[in-house]
Design a protein around this ligand. Sequence first.
Ligand SMILES: Cc1cc2nc3c(=O)[nH]c(=O)nc-3n(C[C@H](O)[C@H](O)[C@H](O)COP(=O)(O)OP(=O)(O)OC[C@H]3O[C@@H](n4cnc5c(N)ncnc54)[C@H](O)[C@@H]3O)c2cc1C
Length: 400
Amino acid sequence: MTATKLAPPAERLEQVRAFMAERVLPNERVLNREDAEADALVAELRDEVRALGLWAPHLPPEAGGTGTGFLDYAYLNEQIGRCTWGQLVFGCQAPDAGNGEILHHFGTPEQKERWLRPLVAGELRSFFSMTEPEVPGSDPTTLRTRAVRDGDDWVIDGHKWFSSGADGAGFGIVMAVTDPDAPPHARATQIIVPAETPGVDVVRPVPVLGHAGHGWSTHCEVLYTGVRVPVSNTLGEIGQGFAIAQKRLGPGRIHHVMRWLGQMQRAFDLLCSYALERETFGGPLAEKQTVQNWIADSYAEIQACRLMTLDAAHKIDGGDEARVEISAIKFYAAGVLHDVIDRAVQVHGARGLTDETPLANMLLQARGARIYDGPDEVHRMVVSRRILKSFQRGDGWRFT
Ligand SMILES: Cc1cc2nc3c(=O)[nH]c(=O)nc-3n(C[C@H](O)[C@H](O)[C@H](O)COP(=O)(O)OP(=O)(O)OC[C@H]3O[C@@H](n4cnc5c(N)ncnc54)[C@H](O)[C@@H]3O)c2cc1C
């Protein structure tokens, strides 16, 4: 089956589209303020989403969500992604959604009861603490944070940053080296660390492009000094940290890119509408060939991203890891996301840089996409290495 034949879950998709259009987008300016009024509005919108039966669509009902499968959720993300706040309002915000998924797949019954249940219910938030300032995040086998066994406890020492959402979170999942002598991809373990544990210090939200954020929207520096948690807080097997991270990241990248597609399409709408409306030198911008080229290029790139992403989603759903496809969409879509938003900003002139349109905020968010979940260069490396290996085996590369 080709990507174009995948059938979206029409009824839920329409419900999500309508909720985004009627309740979230008109409130975006209030939500962007990230103040007490915005927090109250998020709580109100979340209640409405629950009442509609659309809450936590990334997880199945047995885990507390309303999910109906990986592909369905991929399509929903295209609508949810039209505004940054959509994921928070639908209870599937990063990194909680990914943390929820790995707790669901690898957590013990006790861990699920203590951490997954309140996480999915939206009673607390979480963070994923892997990247460290001193070593390259793109090569996580170099991590320095250590967890040393002491009886029935782990004692964790380390320095992390870019732990998104750590401000005000209830717990973190910390990637720590537990066996420095093991092969590189068996050295690290994921450990659940309650935020109030002595020795956990959320030092500061690190400002990103000048934005420090608040609560969920922060990217925090976190120090772990003699942090003692029971060994029963180990998520999955000891030494399985990278394997679990891979399980989380592969499908997670599909969902990121589907949300980016929502952003791209919104920017495209604004690009086309304003080009028709704004007149310079005796006619609308839509009549200038440069602007027409921007529209045509944006259309082609968005459509290519969409088909590539649905193709990768379909392959994953069929049990394939789709490593080449996922890495290809990660770097390709991150570039298209940036370029389409940037063209839409340009067509708006100075207005595009103000808060009169959502574009300035969208552009700010889009820049990180070329770095988080693996920088562009690393994904290009993965794509080319795998393809070249296939050629070295004499198989060439078949486009399917
Ligand atoms: C908005 C945002 C949110 C994030 N949230 C989280 C989070 O919640 N939890 C978490 O643990 N981390 C998070 N991160 C961190 C992110 O995962 C890392 O930034 C990423 O893995 C890259 O690591 P680094 O920043 O250390 O860059 P480095 O690894 O030091 O790389 C620097 C640059 O080197 C280049 N480079 C690297 N490898 C190669 C190569 N093989 N070939 C060519 N060039 C190369 C790339 O251009 C890269 O940008 C977040 C980052 C951002 C921007």
